[in-house]
Write a protein that binds this ligand. Structure first.
Ligand code: SF4
Length: 445
């Protein structure tokens, strides 16, 4: 039975030493009770406490780390089936396959494409998280994995079924802590030996869920701690069902053989299908999806799904309401305002950056609503805008009295001009993408 935070607290050292990264033992106990921390995160805990707490405090889904210290990809330790119950904690990572059929030069070129697949969206950096190197069928598997390990900015997955080839490949790059994929009933004993002797994470697949649970239990019994449940994508519905069943068994029933994050290797006939299938699994419940393509339109589509699914539904999607200085503005720079809905703010910010016109952006607290919704919901008014600009001391930053307002709120113009020192209100564009032209043409003129 799960223990309460107080029951766990009683068994902790109660020194508040902070080695666990939390300010107090009580805070740590609460996180252990919520399955967000493991007892192993408390170095001073006694063996007696460990014995008493180990089973009850072990998160139902293991946290698995792939890659060397400093650039690890972490997945797992999820706690809920549905995002509205709490939130999903560790976003699904995209792995891009480097096929064995590529020449060495082509493989390095693909690795560099993976390294360069980094995007900014709504204030977050999105990137390909892993490179999945096919080993079976490669002419020179050891030098292939070594050269990719040298060039790659991201952790590796090594894909192969031939145990002797995989053993040599893993040995060559074990220092970068790759994920070994794919262990199945035909090679499980040797793959267990590789994973346990080199302390590497192991991705296991089965022809049925029963077989998969037998294989992970066997690996666990023989000392493999970090595992990932892996699935194919041939039958979309079947795989979604398997992902759901294994997650439910882990989180609701504490069924240990399925207490690991999941991965889906996508096999699709074309990029369009791959995008749709990968997005479906990223939404429910894959921790890693392996794809082939590096086209930005495909990667960004999947990343956008992941980003949306993994936002915290209990926290408004907002930025801090304050004055933002974009591009070192000075006393002659334009001043504009927008709302604190993060999607609105980052759209405005990125377009101001694109314009290369240094600008002050005054962010008004609208409780996370965009411009029109805030106006409709009475979360923004001309009076509130004037008050915010005063509080943020914007007038002290510039020597002019011109204020650019969103094109969706022209109705604010007269009131702001009449009731504040901002005597010249310019009605800006309705759409963020029109900001560069506005700043370059209207403002500068
Ligand atoms: Fe308390 Fe352990 Fe955290 Fe130290 S590391 S504050 S003893 S829970």
């Amino acid at each position: 039975m799960a223990l309460t935070g107080m029951q766990i607290y009683k068994l902790l050292p109660k020194t508040n030493c902070k080695e666990c990264g939390l300010p107090t033992c009580m805070a740590f106990a609460m996180q252990v009770a919520a399955k967000q921390k493991s007892l192993t995160d408390c170095p001073p805990v006694s063996d007696e406490a460990k014995a008493a707490l180990s089973e009850a405090s072990t998160p139902p889904m293991k946290l698995v780390k792939v890659g060397p210290s400093g650039k690890q990809f972490e997945i797992g330790q999820e706690t809920v089936m549905f995002r509205h119950d709490e939130k999903f904690h560790r976003p699904c990572g995209i792995a891009v396959r480097i096929p064995a059929s590529l020449s060495d030069d082509e493989a390095i070129a693909k690795c560099e494409l993976i390294n360069g697949s980094v995007f900014q969206r709504v204030g977050e950096t999105l990137k390909v998280e892993l490179a999945a190197v096919e080993v079976d069928g490669c002419d020179n598997p050891v030098s292939r994995v070594k050269s990719i390990a040298d060039k790659s900015n991201v952790p590796l997955i090594l894909i192969g079924k031939d145990a002797s080839i995989m053993k040599d490949a893993c040995e060559a790059v074990k220092d970068v802590y790759p994920l070994i994929y794919r262990a199945d009933a035909s090679n499980i004993d040797v793959f267990i030996e590789i994973a346990s002797s080199m302390k590497l994470p192991l991705a296991v697949t089965g022809s049925s869920l029963e077989e998969l649970s037998d294989l992970t239990q066997k690996a666990k019994d023989k000392g493999v701690e970090d595992m990932i449940l892996s699935f194919g994508s041939e039958d979309l519905g079947d795989t979604v069902r398997s992902l759901t069943i294994t997650r439910r068994a882990s989180l609701r029933k504490n069924f240990r053989p399925f207490g690991y994050p999941a991965m889906v290797e996508i096999k699709a006939e074309n990029s369009n299908d791959e995008t749709v299938i990968a997005s479906a699994f990223a939404a429910k419940y894959a921790g890693i999806v392996i794809v082939d393509n590096t086209e930005p339109w495909e990667l960004l589509t999947i990343m956008t799904v992941v980003q949306n699914v993994y936002t915290d539904p209990q926290v408004p999607n907002t930025v801090e309401a304050k004055l933002y200085e974009i591009g070192n503005p000075d006393e002659n720079s334009p001043v504009m305002f927008t709302t604190n809905f993060s999607l609105t703010y980052f759209s405005v910010e990125s377009e101001v950056e694109r314009s290369k016109v240094p600008t002050y952006i005054c962010v008004v607290d609208t409780e996370g609503l965009g411009v029109l919704n805030a106006y409709a919901g009475d979360k923004i008014s001309a009076e509130k805008v004037v008050k915010t600009i005063q509080e943020q001391k914007v007038a002290e930053k510039v020597k002019h009295k011109k204020l650019i307002i969103p094109g969706l709120l022209p109705i604010f113009r007269a009131e702001i001009e009449d009731t504040s020192e901002w005597s010249e209100v310019l009605i800006g564009p309705e759409k963020a993408r029109e900001i560069p032209a506005f700043l370059t043409n209207t403002w500068k003129s």
